[in-house]
Design a protein. Sequence first.
Length: 198
Amino acid sequence: MRITRLTRAELPVDTTELARFLIGKVVIRDLPEGRISGRIVETEAYLHGDAAAHSFIGETPRNRSLFGERGHAYVYVSYGIHRMLNVVGGSPGVGTGVLIRAAEPLEGIELMQARRGLSDVTDLARGPGKLAQAFEITLGLSDIDMTAEGPLWLGRIDRPAGEIGVSVRIGITKEADRPLRFYERGSKFVSGRKVLNI
DNA sequence: CGGCTGATGATCT
DNA sequence: GATCATCAGCCGG
């Protein structure tokens, strides 16, 4: 499989556009055991001045990397159990990001199955917590540059994204009506309730 | 399949 | 001490 690395310059500065742009792109996790990769099929944008965004309360030790450079990773722990992978958007100091919610497994499927304790390929990375478990996303990966060579990076393959659907974001209560979730229509690898995936 | 709920711990006040 | 950008497991239809 031929994967070419995304450059920072080609990532849209507008974070909503970035969330849309990342659909159909590939997230790659290089481990000593081998490569895990998946095609991104679902994202959510978290914007500046957005009460649902972690950056809304200002910079803290936890969300510091969210205020970093576009294309870097922001990883945090959700509900004490799950890690969430975000791609930092915008410009340094702003605090916007794109949550990677689901991916279609491409490479390293056996590694993912082992990490997840599950064989069903459609469920390996369908949801942000599942994706992080399958891709072995750790807090130590937070702040790394995903447009540079390293253990976690972004790429493209010769397969365009399908039609992109838009819905409200999942699992939030503040600013819950904003259409900032993007997904590939018809993909079996997208999370969320059926009504959100039309 | 859809709806509900407990688990679980880092983080901030 | 309250709040979570979630998930697995369980239950009813």
